[in-house]
Design a protein around this ligand. Structure first.
Ligand code: SF4
Length: 199
């Protein structure tokens, strides 16, 4: 599938998502938040759920946490405009930014599955514990499993990484700190990404 075919298919799914009331988050959202970034990206980053800024704009990872995420990836020359397709496990904001329920995640999973099927990413980054639990079913703390490559039925290589909101609360850059570890993880992602670009 070329980029314009992918865009067309994604637009169809997005249009359904915008009218969706399949779980109770549909009645409290301002805008559903489908995705941002390139449909032709090799990397798909999956976060938890939209927050207030995202709910108002319809764009994922647009607040302070999103800006930090962009900055960290840019240090390795990776951008959402070119390299990364960004989305969340649920497409509508849970009230007061609570964690989405199992029912909400299950109801919304069809949109995420469609995104993975259309994009066919080579790398999937699970950003934070909710994405890790939703996609891999792992209940391990993110700190124990982040930075490790894991297999996935889609054949993509999957890596759990810290959520940028956690990094905002832990701004130290000292060796071994969460932000330092995230930088090391992004270097590892870039190394593998480069091997894909040579194929
Ligand atoms: S969170 Fe997902 S399933 Fe629930 S209303 Fe929004 S788009 Fe539909």
């Amino acid at each position: 599938m070329n980029e314009s075919e992918k865009t067309q298919k994604l637009d169809q799914v997005k249009s359904t998502c915008e009218k969706c009331f399949d779980c109770e988050l549909g009645s409290t959202r301002t805008k559903s938040v489908f995705s941002d970034g390139s449909p032709d990206a090799l990397i798909m980053l999956i976060g938890e759920a939209p927050g207030q800024n995202e709910d108002e704009t319809g764009i994922p990872f647009i607040g302070r946490a999103g800006k930090l995420l962009d900055e960290l990836f840019k240090t390795q020359g990776l951008t959402r405009e070119k390299d990364i397709y960004i989305c969340n496990t649920v497409k509508c904001r849970p009230p007061n930014n609570r964690v989405p329920t199992e029912t909400e995640k299950a109801q919304c999973r069809k949109y995420l599955d469609a995104q993975i099927e259309i994009i066919k990413p080579k790398i999937i980054l699970l950003c934070g514990a909710t994405a890790l639990k939703s996609i891999i079913g792992s209940k391990l703390p993110i700190s124990k499993i982040r930075g490790e490559w894991i297999g996935h039925p889609s054949k993509a290589k999957v890596m759990p990484i810290f959520h940028p909101s956690y990094l905002l609360r832990n701004p130290s850059l000292k060796e071994g700190s969460p932000k330092w570890l995230m930088t090391e993880d992004i270097k590892k992602i870039k190394q593998y990404y480069q091997t894909l670009c040579k194929d």
